[in-house]
Design a protein around this ligand. Sequence first.
Ligand code: NAD
Length: 251
Amino acid sequence: MENSTGTIVITGASRGIGAATALMAAAEGYSVCVNYRVNDAAAEEVVNRIIAEGGRAIAVAADVAYEDAVSAMYDRVEDELGPVTALVNNAGILEPQGSFLDIDVDRLRRVIETNVVGAFVCAQEAVRRMSRSRGGSGGGIVNVSSVAARSGAPHEYIDYAASKGALDAMTAGLAREVAPDGIRVNLVRPGFIYTDMHADGGEPGRVDRLANGIPLQRGGEPDDVARAILWLLSDRADYAVGVSLDVTGGI
Ligand code: NAD
């Protein structure tokens, strides 16, 4: 087991890939902030599982797109768990599948607000606190993009794909900007992963429908992605900067 220490903030960690990453991070020795937006019970459940296994965790509600809420979250995490050394920008939303012309502007704004503005706000707050030039001790950030940034998700959700493309570009720039300050920024691109997100898109069985087209012949599990995220944050990846790591089974 990796002997990681420090404090990790994982956004949208009450379920899916975020929850899997929270549980695995705690098992590796991190103190974990389980960020969530509305589902108190689900976030507390993740925290209780971590504590039951001897780890440290707190659940903190904050909509990632709101600077004041995010700043207050980091303050609370630093008070209760210590300086933040890692951020996983995992929170993300998509809306029902449809064609390009189905994407009205309100929907587009909602998707960009969480997936792009939220990731920027959380990363800015992390950089303010981690930068060596600002008195911090450095750290790591992993952004959770998607294979949709490559495919564009035609006939499904081009808005979501575009928001993930924005994360790819943000990662490339931020990684190079803050590496001299001791912060490594990288990105994972999950493929088709078994989580409840596909029900939000209107097709709960989407991963099973697509599994035959995956070279590895199976859909991905949240743990498959969590392992990649935690590897990028670990010292084993200490020369990886601005990397986009596809975790897709080969698509
Ligand atoms: P999920 O819907 O289970 O989890 C997303 C979490 O983010 C939820 O807990 C949700 O409440 C939270 N969230 C949404 N808006 C938020 C906000 N404004 N503030 C705070 N939290 C918020 O989905 P998942 O599949 O676990 O997705 C996790 C990440 O992985 C997302 O960024 C998603 O785009 C990405 N991803 C998923 C897949 C997949 O196949 N499941 C594929 C590629 C990328």
